[in-house]
Design a binder for this molecule. Sequence first.
Ligand SMILES: [Cu+2]
Length: 119
Amino acid sequence: MKKLKAILLSGIFLLVLSINTTKAQDVAELKIKTSAICDMCKETMEKHMAFEKGVKKSSLDVDSKILTVTYNLTKITPEQIRAAVSKSGYDADDVPANAKAYKKLDACCKKGAVCNDKK
Ligand SMILES: [Cu+2]
């Protein structure tokens, strides 16, 4: 009977372990070239991404315009992430910015604008 308990326990242990491993494998990182210009763009984009299902973390590097997204592979695809960036008003790789969202951006966040808070 003791043996059975041990087998059962190790079985549960392995199960828990495999669930955890799967979860770690589901997490991926994606780098997207965006049309962001300034710190305000960074705030707009990151806030928008925070509401996307499956996106765990997003961080924009203003200088390189690269948005790094940590996401769950089983919940969102890179295409959907680029679409979400577009919906926030910015280009995402080869996906152009959503026209409506782009119109709503602050003047200094529009393409080619010279932003005051950019040092
Ligand atoms: Cu901006």
